[in-house]
Design a protein around this ligand. Sequence first.
Ligand code: B12
Ligand SMILES: C[S@@+](CC[C@H](N)C(=O)[O-])C[C@H]1O[C@@H](n2cnc3c(N)ncnc32)[C@H](O)[C@@H]1O
Ligand code: SF4
Length: 510
Amino acid sequence: MARVGLISLYVVESSGIRYLSAALRKAGIETDEYYLGYHLHHVPRRHDVEELDRLVELMRSREVALVGISARIGAFLPLAAELSALLRERLGVPVVWGGAHVSMAPEECIDHADYLVLGEGEAALIDLASSVLAGDRPDDIPNTWVHSDGKIRKNPLRDLVEDLDILTFPDFHSHEHKFWLRDGLVVRGDPLRQDRTYRIVVTRGCVNNCSFCGVSAFRRLYQGHGRFYRVRSVENTIRELEHARSVRPCLRRVRFDDELFVPQREWLEEFCREYSRRIGLPFDILSSPSILNEWTIDRLAEAGLDMVYLGVQSTSAANRQRYHRTVPDDDVQRCVNRLHLHGIRPMAQILIDDPDNTPEEKRELLHLLLTLPRPYDLFIYSLCHWPGTALTEQLLAEGTISPDKVEGRNDKVLRQFNADFTHERSDEDKAWLALYMLANKRAVPRSMVRWLANQRWVFERPASVVATAQAVNMGKLALRGSQALVSGEISLQTARQWLGNKKPGALPAV
Ligand code: B12
Ligand SMILES: C[S@@+](CC[C@H](N)C(=O)[O-])C[C@H]1O[C@@H](n2cnc3c(N)ncnc32)[C@H](O)[C@@H]1O
Ligand code: SF4
């Protein structure tokens, strides 16, 4: 029977694909899911032609009549384009692309696909699939861009889904229509079937508008199309989790994949009460000190909060001036202290390689990291220029970056999203990166990092400080890795895969 085939590129966790497949199935449309590879750090340098062949033949045997590719990041444009050309040539079926990068840079994508879906995809894909599977080639479906009469027809967006509770729960549970292509194998069933962590999304949009973040591009796209920030009801959220537990009894943990968990106080209060009562598993969130005050941390900790990815980005001065963020540095410190009170070790996330960063700002960021109470882990992101964000537009307009630095024309995200020493940087910036990496390590006295930051030679000849940072990182990774292996958090195979994909010098900070 003719069906839709949805492809996820190097993100086995994709909620987007599972929301779409659940919506299509509920509408009575047969849908397969095809997961290519594991995670981003397993993307091969040149794509394995045999693997793509295998995918095309599998789709042929399954009578796929409409292919959907989820293109979340611009770095996958070449792969998505190659795959689309192959599918159109060999199967003669139309190909539709959707996902974050498509919404941010549709002009770059439209030449490689028959259709694009911009923004939220559930309703648009149901309309498109119903029509294509019935033998039509529609050109007027809201949210789609399509080649029509030699032109590109850009249909208007429909309004954002106002009530997220109406969405069908993402399908992490069925297995028959899912195929995972990895290590030369095709494995049937949901790739996360054995995963002990359940990933859930409870919000769409964000209350803030940070200039470097994809949110600033999505907010502009959706201007005039309804309330941008939406939260599911607590009841609907808990029901999804209860359902997840009933079908995946191995679950031991929940990960909230929302970019900012969650600004509303009443929602949090009700959530914490219901979550402790009905779910009770340890959970992880992404958030920011703008939300995590003492009250919220206490409530969340009581409910089982175990890990926080804490967006710090830069010092309050740089955050305010360039990133439209207003959190004072003192709040960051207070937040970390409060988390420690509950035995929670935060993962602070900072942003480097902004071409407008001044040496003073780089020094102040080090100072902030050195005054944050230990222990904390550190994720150092290297600024990537997503198309259409306020910061990218500003840097392009002032001529600070050229268009070839924008993701899509560039694939820095594949190489440097987590900053390491394989990237081209000035000696001064190598030294700053090494000092940031040392700042959170308990084995390294803070007085030593401060002393190093005041030595001129460190910035002129950073090789020794870089080597020290790498050695300390390696030590911490080895320690963490062996702890995780002993506790059963990761398998030996996962550890080997991870290490096997690392180049010399490519150790992210931890
Ligand atoms: C959670 C998350 C992750 C999780 C994924 C787990 C998950 N739940 O899917 C993990 C940690 C694995 C991850 C990894 C990465 N992520 Co991420 N991630 C997110 C986040 C915060 C939420 C994604 C999500 O689940 N949204 C909810 C679902 C329902 O929405 P969705 O995926 O967008 O899908 C909808 C539409 O886009 C559309 N759609 C999607 N695919 C398709 C396909 C078709 C055919 C159609 C028709 C429609 C369609 O319909 C869907 C339903 O409405 C987003 C932020 C955001 N606002 O999207 C960032 C975001 C997508 N991630 C980003 C980045 C950079 C990354 C990484 C590169 C980070 C890294 N170095 O590891 C990798 C890339 C992974 C990959 N191979 O693509 C950026 C992308 C920026 C860009 N495109 O330029 C974003 C936008 C963050 C940001 N604010 O800047 N991410
Ligand atoms: C999905 S974001 C969520 C951040 C969180 N909501 C906050 O307010 O800090 C996760 C991390 O991605 C990083 N990030 C976001 N946009 C980025 C970009 N354009 N380039 C590099 N890293 C980025 C930031 O460091 C951020 O902390
Ligand atoms: S960085 Fe965080 S708070 Fe800022 S817009 Fe993005 S998700 Fe929202």
